[in-house]
Design a protein around this ligand. Structure first.
Ligand SMILES: Nc1nc2c(ncn2[C@@H]2O[C@H](COP(=O)(O)OP(=O)(O)OP(=O)(O)O)[C@@H](O)[C@H]2O)c(=O)[nH]1
Ligand SMILES: [Mg+2]
Length: 426
């Protein structure tokens, strides 16, 4: 069984709360504020681990929560930062967010930050001013980001074997490599992609048997569509075409069916270099084979090498191997054209915005909205009068009151800031 899909939940740690504390000294009734800051919450990172091959581990574990930041304490002690949590995935994994972002992890240690930790709150020491020497409030830590992610594994094979069911793909894979796919004389014997390694003198090639392609696969018929995703990264495709189909079907039609499904799935795939392997030559008279081979060579022009193969007699197999080892580039492509660029470290979202906007409802209520505003309010206990006064002063500083006035706000008008009703007197 190949586990090539998983859904996981990632939750970064919350920031620790800032501390409300005052220095104690024997002869001073109340010393200055000395509450320390909370630590940052740990992030969740998804990282490419070359030792892994599939997504099986995520059947056992789906939830990943990073550590929260420690709370600040007295004597200006910082809370410790929450540890980062690393989720390991095999090379070739795509990480998809609910917002539709796609990140490819193909190279060892490549990583994506999937959820940012919450910022720690500041201790009361930070809020001391000339007029407020003993602030009786501190900030709360912010929650960490959370997200559901979809993981999809694309096999990183160099060469893909494609063709109709029963064409002889698995037999060919078994002869070219040491893989032991199931082989039988009925269609759909192979139910999931099987990989094998073709050993050359100086290099190896990964060959994938991509089963289940049938007419309509690009629209979801059969299993082929799921597997087509795996050939997207191959550098070369071997189209295996049965010279003597059991069902008496026409090889020309069969060839066209597969090529059409590929093109419908992804036009770029259709332009991938191709080799035609005319299979099961031992079942057809030699003169017929020669005639058909000539016809296919003419039909396809010089771009597509045509090989006659038999997995029973071994005809054409060493020539085919040699051609593969010769023509497939050694380096895996860094980027497949049209795919998002790879980066060493990506973050899903841009840094949080600072701006805000003012809106006015039908009933005349003003609303102030914005991420920065949300964070400001989330950080403070608004039942604490001093904290509330601080929040109001901040709103004034960042221009919220001015913006409200510009929109016609007057004392007594209703106003909601980040969803919280406020009484403001400009
Ligand atoms: N005589 C002969 N029979 C072959 C040859 N290659 C494959 N076969 C037979 O053809 C049948 C299908 O072969 P597979 O290799 O399983 O074909 P496949 O393309 O992998 O088929 P699916 O997995 O069902 O899509 C089996 O009975 C094989 O023994 C060949 O070169 N010569
Ligand atoms: Mg097969």
């Amino acid at each position: 069984m190949l586990y090539d899909r998983a859904r996981i939940f990632v939750a970064a740690g919350a920031g620790g709360d800032g501390c409300l504390s005052f220095r104690r000294e024997a002869h001073v009734p109340r010393g200055g504020p000395d509450g320390g800051d909370g630590g940052h919450g740990g992030a969740v990172v998804v990282q490419c681990d070359p030792a892994l091959r599939d997504l099986q581990a995520f059947r056992r574990r789906q939830h990943f929560r990073a550590q929260r930041g420690g709370h600040g304490s007295g004597a200006l002690r910082h809370g410790r930062n929450g540890a980062e949590l690393v989720v390991h995935v095999p090379p070739g994994t795509q990480v998809l967010t609910e917002a539709g972002d796609v990140h490819d992890l193909t190279r060892p240690q490549q990583r994506v930050r999937a959820a940012r930790g919450g910022a720690g709150g500041r201790g009361n020491k930070h809020f001391a001013t000339a007029t407020r020497q003993a602030p009786r409030f501190a900030e709360r830590g912010l929650p960490g980001e959370e997200a559901w992610l979809e993981l999809r594994l694309k096999l990183l094979a160099d060469v893909g074997l494609i063709g109709l069911p029963n064409a002889g793909k698995s037999s060919l894979l078994a002869r070219l490599t040491r893989a032991t796919p199931k082989i039988a004389d009925y269609p759909f014997t192979t139910l999931e992609p099987v990989l094998g390694t073709l050993e050359g003198a100086e290099r190896q090639l990964i060959v994938a048997d991509i089963p289940g392609l049938i007419e309509g696969a690009s629209e979801g018929a059969g299993l082929g569509h799921d597997f087509l995703a795996h050939v997207e990264r191959t550098q070369l495709l071997i189209h295996v075409l049965d010279l003597a189909p059991l069902d008496g079907s026409d090889p020309l039609t069969n060839h066209a069916t597969i090529e059409r499904e590929l093109a419908l799935h992804d036009p770029q795939l259709a332009s991938r270099p191709r080799i035609l392997a005319l299979s099961k030559s031992d079942l057809v008279a030699a003169e017929t084979v020669a005639a058909r081979t000539a016809t296919w060579r003419t039909r396809l022009g010089g771009d597509v090498p045509v090989f006659v193969t038999s997995s029973v007699t071994g005809e054409g197999l060493s020539e085919l191997s040699a051609q593969l080892l010769r023509s497939v580039p050694v380096e895996l492509p860094d980027e497949v054209p049209g795919e998002p660029e790879l980066a060493e470290h990506l973050t899903f979202r841009p840094a949080p915005g600072r701006g805000f906007r003012v809106e006015r409802d039908g009933d005349g209520t003003f609303r102030v909205l914005g991420e920065g505003i949300d964070r400001l309010l989330a950080r403070h206990d608004l039942d604490n009068e001093e904290a509330l006064a601080h929040v109001e002063a901040r709103l004034r500083q960042i221009g919220v009151i001015r913006a409200l006035e510009a929109q016609g706000f007057q004392a007594g008008d209703g106003v909601e800031i980040a969803g919280v009703p406020f009484e403001l007197d400009p």
